[in-house]
Ligand binder design. Structure first.
Ligand code: AMP
Length: 258
């Protein structure tokens, strides 16, 4: 049985994870739980969209077999929040900007696995560092569940689908496209100029939208997410970006291939 953990406000990206699991022949459970432990900004938690009824309708339509919608008390009662070793993954990128976020993610994944007992769990590459963190913990803690990553689903214009996008105004939605343009620029430049020049070219694109506040644009090893300064003989590198657009912090990433 496959589990697709989500926080609800489902969109085509989530449904793609469900379809991927169904196509692999699994019975599929989706969990919908807005996990307070992984929010470091109480305003972000309060504003997080909650659309359970339409989520259930979408899941029924796509052929999902089971839905798990616990509340925080039942999920965490009698459970001591744990601290997990995340290797270097808890000091870079999202971890640096959102202290405690990935500890909250791993705790909830552990709790969800405890109740649902899946054989395999599907996660989106959209949250590249989250996928790397869960894969790291599953490997080092010898979790029996297999962790599968699924490519990012984008709108026709390239914006990565995200539940937070509904909080963008029409203007902000248009400005947010600069993240994808910067990632594409990096994909063009990569391996032809130095990593520093590639990052600079992407940062120049980001600067064309002054309303978008860049948090980081970086290149990293696809497996460990260690920042890179040299291409060496790598054939793939991942570009990661985070920026504030209006009320929303957006993240995206793109795999750059030789
Ligand atoms: P969330 O509800 O935001 O916690 O996301 C639940 C799962 O859906 C996570 O594994 C995400 O990485 C994945 N996901 C979110 N957006 C997308 C997307 N645009 N494409 C593919 N997977 C996604």
């Amino acid at each position: 049985m496959a589990l697709v953990p989500t926080m609800g406000a489902l969109h085509a990206g989530h449904l793609h994870l469900v379809r991927s699991a169904l196509n692999a022949g699994h019975a599929v459970a989706v969990s919908i739980f807005v996990n307070p432990l992984q929010f470091n900004d109480p305003k972000d938690l309060a504003a997080y969209p909650r659309t359970l009824e339409s989520d259930m309708a979408l899941l029924r339509e796509v052929g999902c077999h089971m839905v798990f919608t616990p509340n925080a008390e039942s999920l965490y009662t009698g459970f001591n929040i744990r601290h997990y070793q995340l290797g270097g993954l808890d000091s870079v990128f999202e971890a640096a900007s959102r202290p405690g976020h990935f500890q909250g993610v791993v705790n909830v994944v552990e709790r969800l696995f405890h109740y649902v007992r899946p054989d395999v769990a599907y996660f989106g590459e959209k949250d590249r560092q989250q996928l790397a963190v869960v894969q790291h913990v599953a490997r080092t803690m010898l979790w029996p569940e297999r962790i599968v990553g699924v490519p990012t689903v984008r709108a026709d214009d390239g914006l990565a689908l995200s539940s937070r996008n509904v909080r963008l105004s029409i203007n902000e939605r248009a400005q947010a496209l600069v993240l994808y343009r910067a990632l594409r620029k990096a994909a063009e430049q990569a391996f032809r100029s130095t990593p520093a020049e590639t990052v600079q070219a992407a940062a120049d694109i980001m600067a064309t939208e002054p309303a978008v506040a860049l948090d980081y644009f970086a290149l990293a090893d696809p497996a460990t997410l260690e920042p890179i300064t040299d291409w060496e003989d790598r054939t793939e590198v991942v570009a990661l970006v985070a920026a504030q657009v209006g009320p929303v912090r957006l993240i995206d990433n793109y795999t750059l291939s030789r």
